[in-house]
Design a protein around this ligand. Structure first.
Ligand SMILES: Cc1cc2nc3c(=O)[nH]c(=O)nc-3n(C[C@H](O)[C@H](O)[C@H](O)COP(=O)(O)OP(=O)(O)OC[C@H]3O[C@@H](n4cnc5c(N)ncnc54)[C@H](O)[C@@H]3O)c2cc1C
Length: 382
């Protein structure tokens, strides 16, 4: 019998939420794991940092250690007009600084025994008969399996010929220190703006002493995004026709309705690398964490039975996430098509907001909205 030689059981490329969770779970099970990260944590990640409350049971640590704000309610605007304000008696979301949240996740992973190499970028991978070879800016390694969790523009998806998501939101974000007298006003409420982003929306999220405002749209014009974000800021009297603090831009790779592959041979993709972002509100962190767990579970199974395929992962993702994403995509298409009408609908039926709170709390699911009949209501209006 020939002995197969490899450096690690699993190499995880990219240590954002998806990669840190996947590598932590596998290390905890006793497998040898190398985590490769091109940057060094704590690192900046352009992100609103708003986590739906349903993420809590999927985290190994107490979220209150890094949560900046606990969110109980929202206000919904159409341009500069506030139409609805709803509160919940239990948290619907938490806001975090991604630097702190991601650092906490990577610390957990290290504790479980993952070998973490930062400032090392993966440049490509090659699949061999019994292992995968990973090339980096510093050298090369081999592993029995590779998890690509290297974000929206990752190298692993390209290396295995998986095309990126077609539904790519362009997003910009303005992050600044909140004037002292306003911190109490913004403590536990988020604002959602309709009418400012083409097939998307705008937001105001509090993060401790900071505030982030942003817009995500499917349109291509960056100039329009910037001028509409200025308009949003002025609506809340942040700044005087000028951005203040930092202005960042990035893309959000949302589920686009295709039944695409997420694995090839001994390699699979998780989180943004797989386009696993919910297409209505653009929530990606929860799904990065969920897919990190699923990726680890399938890879652990393959390590046990010696399989050279990870197709079970594709089946699990389709079953657990795609059904929900399909309904979210339907909702996005209808709700963002005529945002004035959508806003009028919400004003007339504010209870619809509570259904979304239930989704964020993990009590409801998008596919259950069908049963509640609100998409028929939307259809009637639009
Ligand atoms: C403006 C904006 C606002 C957003 N707001 C929210 C929000 O409020 N709530 C929410 O849930 N989601 C939000 N998202 C989406 C969310 O940020 C992502 O879905 C989430 O970060 C995905 O996690 P991930 O682990 O898959 O990827 P990432 O967090 O992108 O992590 C990927 C990691 O891989 C590393 N990497 C990349 N390439 C390589 C390489 N070649 N070699 C080694 N390492 C590599 C990167 O440095 C990075 O650390 C927002 C996105 C944007 C752009």
């Amino acid at each position: 019998m020939t002995l197969i030689k490899y450096d690690y059981d699993v190499i995880v490329v990219g240590l954002g939420p998806a990669g840190s969770v996947a590598s932590g779970v596998l290390s905890r099970k006793g497998y040898t794991v190398l985590g490769l990260e091109k940057k060094s944590h704590p690192r900046h990640k352009t992100c609103g940092g708003c986590l739906s409350a349903r993420i809590v049971p999927w985290l190994e640590f107490d979220l209150s250690q890094v949560a900046e704000n606990v969110i109980y309610g929202s206000k919904i605007y159409f341009r500069d007009r506030c139409g609805v304000e709803r509160r919940s008696s239990t948290p619907i979301a938490y806001t975090v600084k991604r630097e702190n949240f991601d650092l906490k996740l990577i610390d957990q992973t290290r504790l479980h025994g993952t070998v973490v190499q930062e400032n090392e970028q993966v440049t490509g991978i090659n699949q061999e008969a019994d292992k995968v070879r990973v090339h980096t800016t510093k050298g090369q390694y081999t592993a029995r399996y590779v998890i690509g969790a290297d974000g929206a523009t990752g190298a692993v998806a390209r290396s295995i010929g998986i095309r990126p998501a077609r539904r790519l939101y362009r997003a910009i974000e303005n992050e600044f220190v909140l004037p002292q007298e306003q911190t109490a006003v913004w403590r536990d409420t988020v604002v959602i703006h309709l009418g400012l982003a083409e097939r998307g929306y705008g937001w105001v999220f509090p993060r401790g002493a900071m505030l982030t405002t942003g817009l995500a749209a499917l349109g291509r014009s960056e100039v329009k995004l910037k001028s509409n974000l200025l308009y949003l800021n002025q609506t809340h009297q942040f700044g005087n026709g000028q951005f203040h603090g930092h202005l960042y831009g990035d893309v959000i790779p949302c589920f686009d309705g295709r039944r695409k592959r997420l694995s090839s041979g001994r390699v699979l993709l998780a989180g943004d690398a797989a386009g696993l972002v919910e297409p209505f509100i653009g929530e990606g962190i929860y799904y990065a964490v969920r897919s990190g767990h699923l990726a680890a579970s399938v890879t652990a199974g393959a390590l046990q039975n010696g399989s050279n395929q990870l197709t079970r992962y594709d089946d699990l993702i389709r079953r657990e996430l795609f059904n929900e994403f399909r309904w979210a995509l339907y909702t996005a298409r209808v709700a963002y098509f005529n945002q004035q009408k959508t806003f009028d609908l919400i004003v007339a039926h504010p209870g619809v907001v509570n259904i979304f709170y239930q989704i964020l709390q993990g009590i409801g699911k998008y596919d259950q909205l069908a049963g509640l009949g609100w998409h028929h209501l939307l259809k009637k209006w639009i």
